[in-house]
Design a protein around this ligand. Sequence first.
Ligand SMILES: Cc1cc2nc3c(=O)[nH]c(=O)nc-3n(C[C@H](O)[C@H](O)[C@H](O)COP(=O)(O)OP(=O)(O)OC[C@H]3O[C@@H](n4cnc5c(N)ncnc54)[C@H](O)[C@@H]3O)c2cc1C
Length: 408
Amino acid sequence: MKKIIVIGAGASGMMAAVSAKSFGGKDVDVYVLERNEYPGKKILATGNGKCNFTNIVQGPLCYRSSNPDFAWDAVLQFPAQSTIRFFLELGIYSVNRNGYLYPASGQASSVRDVLTMEMKRLGVHVLTNVFVEKVEAEGNGFCVYTKEKTFAADKVILACGGKAASYTGSDGNGYAHAEMFGHTIVPVLPALVQLRCKEKVYKKLSGVRSACKISLFSHQECVAQDSGELQLTDYGISGIPVFQVSRFAAQALREGKEVSALLDFAPDFSKEQFLDFLKRRIQSRPKKNVEEFLIGCFHKKLCDCWIYISRIDKAKLVIELTDDELEKLVRIIKEFKTTVVNVNSFDQAQVCAGGVDTKEVCVRTMESKLKKGLFFAGEILDVDGMCGGYNLQWAWSSGYLAGKHAAQ
Ligand SMILES: Cc1cc2nc3c(=O)[nH]c(=O)nc-3n(C[C@H](O)[C@H](O)[C@H](O)COP(=O)(O)OP(=O)(O)OC[C@H]3O[C@@H](n4cnc5c(N)ncnc54)[C@H](O)[C@@H]3O)c2cc1C
């Protein structure tokens, strides 16, 4: 009987184990070795405890990598529809929120539970509190070393995760196992993470939320854009649109580039439309002063900040504003420039960019091109998805392929 060892019982490892045993049946013995006391610790934290497990809107640009086609080619072999069907068979009804899918229970634990139940039903051996220290080639197979025991295996699936949220067990130690077999690690950086900005105004804006379009610049070039609810913190900016552009900020900062962002707090208007809107508002409220004038359109803390930056006297009546002053306000509100000095740490990031170079991995099988019998699944690979269920979709797709082909 062929013995398959999966290292890591996260989303990708559990999927790989289920897939390996489903395809291999009686011919394979599948072990999952997990350092935590229970499987799927990170799954429990996903989607604010609700687990956004996939997204029905899919496309190549939802997945990022230094080898851009790889992820999408893999996802197409086990796409979102397969994920939905797979979890439905395990008992999960899904709720669709603007394309983002969640289990109907509203509990991330449902996803973890059905996977652990399925592993049990199939006869997968799940060993917890087992930290894999080393993996070595042994004849045609492998030796997997833990403190207590050495396991022999015909196939090994590395599903140890990346470096984000190390409190869930993924601290980047898996990269060393891949390097032992000659694999290259594309520099690993925090992604889906908050941005730290230079300006002092953030201390006063902490806690504010606002609709916003963010454009991220590396030197003078716009490298990413997104829209949604911006969250201001005492050190900078957060929220889904910030997460979506953060991996590009991390990359540019690593390359020593100057990184800035333009924040558009009136994203539904062009500059001309917004100027026109302000002029009409002045006509209908001529007796208001500058401080009172924007109340009801934007958060008061934002209004105060913009007026302060514009250096316009807040007691001035709006009817007395000059064209230059109005245009200045429009520029500040629609093109608020902020300097990005850093991204938050791996522990605050939802995922990481970078990892095992996918050029060294077969896209059809997830098998290493450098070492036969060694497979990869999940975030350990140089693939990061956009925020919105794409990272779990990557875990399901890559785990499915790795398990299936390790078993065959
Ligand atoms: C707060 C938060 C919210 C998120 N929300 C979402 C969301 O809603 N939707 C989405 O798509 N994505 C989300 N993500 C991202 C998603 O959770 C991950 O991309 C995905 O879980 C990665 O799965 P994985 O199996 O590759 O790695 P992991 O889940 O990190 O699993 C790796 C496992 O390997 C174990 N391990 C590591 N090294 C060893 C070793 N040497 N020996 C034994 N075991 C080892 C770890 O303990 C861990 O259990 C979120 C992430 C975070 C942190």
